[in-house]
Design a protein around this ligand. Sequence first.
Ligand code: FAD
Length: 521
Amino acid sequence: EKDTGGIDKNIKMTAEDSTKLFENFVQAQTCIQVISTFQNLCEAVALQYPPSQSSSSAQCSFYPRLKNSLSSSWRAKSLFGKLDKRYLCKEYFADQRLYKSGSRRAAEDLKVLIIGAGPCGLRTAIEMACLGAKTVVVEKRDTFSRNNVLHLWPYIITDLKTLGAKKFYGKFCAGAIDHISIRQLQLILLKIALILGVEVVFNVSFEGLCPPTQTEASQTANKGWTARVSPSNHSLRNYEFDVVVGADGKRNTLQGFKRKEFRGKLAIGLTVNFINRHTTAEAKVEEISGVAYIFNQQFFKDLQSETGIDLENIVYYKGETHYFVMTAKKHSLVSKGVLKQDYDNTNELLCYNNIDQEELMKYAKEAADFSTRHQLPHLDFAINQYGQSDIALFDFTCMYAAENAALFRETYRQKLLCCLVGDSLLEPFWPMGTGCARGFLAAFDLVWMTKQLALKNNKVELAVLAERESIYRVLHQTTPQNTMKNHQDYTIAPSTRYANLNLKAVTPSQVKPLFDTEATP
Ligand code: FAD
C-alpha cells in the first residue's frame, strides 16, 4: 500500500491536498522518500511520471503542466517563479530570437542517458531537461549518504539560488556560509530534476554500451544505442539514446576516453564527521575555512608539539555534522601508530589492513579538538553509509583527467555523442574546492555542445567537437578570479562564463580521431 501522505484518493483532490503533497515532497530527506512523494504528487494531479519516452512533447510539457496543477500552492508558486527564470532562458530554445513559453526547445528530438546521480550528473540532467531533451539518470545506489561538506565557489551559490535551492533547504548558504553537504546538494538537485521531468532510476548500474544491431536486409540499424545495465533485465536496457554522459565519478565506466595523470608529492587526506547536536556551545565554535602551513606556521608547530600530529592544512565546516578535512604528513601517521608499517608504495601504505582504525579515530579527534581550541563539547563520530564511524584516509598524490571531453561513435549510421563531466572528466584538487565548480562548468559546456549539434542536425560534428575541446582546454585553469564576475548572467553559452576564450584553439582536423566510425560490438 502506497503512502499517500494522508490523502484519500477516492475523494476529489482539493487545493489543500495538492499543497500537502507538494510539502511532503519538499521536505523529503531520502532518495526513496523523494521519489515516492513525487510519484504521489504526480498521481494526484493526474500527470504521468516519468514522461513518456516515445513523445518528445511529453518531456517539454511536463514542467508547465505540473506548475499549472499546483497553481494554488503559494510555496510551489514561489519556487516555480524562480525556476521559470531559468527554464525560459532564451538559450534553451531552437530560435533564440522568437522564443516564448511553449516555443520549440533546441533538443526536443534528443534522448540522453546520464550515468550517476552525483552533483554533476544531476546538474547536467537539469540543463538537458531545460534544453528539451528526454533525460534519464541511472544511479547504482539508492541512498545519498555522503556527509562530507563541499566548499562552493560564489557562482555556484548564485546558480543554486536561482534554481530555488533555498525553497528546499532554507539553511542553504545562509549569510557568509559557502558550503553544503554532498548529500543535501544531491537532494536539492534531485528534486529540481524531477520537477523538470527527468527520469531518475535508482539501484541500477551502467555496465557498458550496446551498439545498434544491423537489419538483415540493409546496412541500416534496427535499434539505436542502448546500455548494458545491472540488473540485466531492468527495462532501462531498452532505452535508446543519442547522447550518453559519464558522470559516475573518478572511476568512470564509459569506455573510449584516454586519461592523463598528474602526479604530485605524496598527499594523504583525512576526512571525518562528528555528530552535530546543535547545542549553543557547538554553535559558538568558529569554522576554519582553510588554514595551510605557509599561512599559519605557528598553529601547525603548536599542534605538532602538543599532540605529535603534523598536518599541511585543515578545514572545519559546521553543518548537519562537524566536518573536518586535512592533509596529514606520513611520518606523523606512522609515529602515532595510525599506519602500521611504512611503505613506499602508496597502495600498500593506505590499504585497509595497514590502517589501525582505533588510532586513526584518536588522531582525528585530537586534531579536531586542538584546532577548535577544545571548544567542541563532544566528538562523537557520525555514521556513514556502511553503518561505521564516518572517517576515511585517502590518497590524492595522483589526479586524473580525461584527455578529451567528448567523442563520437557511429555504428550502422547511428551516431552516439559520448561526453564526460564532473570527476569523470577532471578529478578535483580538494583544497581548492574545484570539484563542483569545474564540474558544473563542464556540465554547461556539454549541454551547449548538445545544443549546437541538435540545431545543426548533426552535420557539423567535427567543428562542434573542436569547439568543445577548445573550451575544455581552459577548464583546468579556471578560478573564481578569472571567470566572469556577473554570476547572474551565467548560461550554457560559454561566453557568459569564461573570459578570454578562444573557441578555435583546437581545429576540426585535430579532433578527427575522436570520431569513431568503426564502433562495432
Ligand atoms: P560523484 O559525486 O562521485 O557521483 C558519482 C555518482 O555516480 C555516485 O552517486 C555513484 O554512486 C554513481 N555511479 C558510479 N558508478 C556508477 C555506475 N556504473 N552506474 C550508475 N551509477 C554509478 N568539491 C567541491 O566542489 N568543493 C569541496 O570543498 C570539495 N572538497 C572535497 C574534499 C574531499 C576530501 C574530496 C575527496 C573531494 C572534495 N570535493 C570537493 C570534490 C567533490 O566531492 C566532487 O567533485 C563531487 O562530488 C563530484 O561529483 P560527481 O557528480 O562528478 O561525482
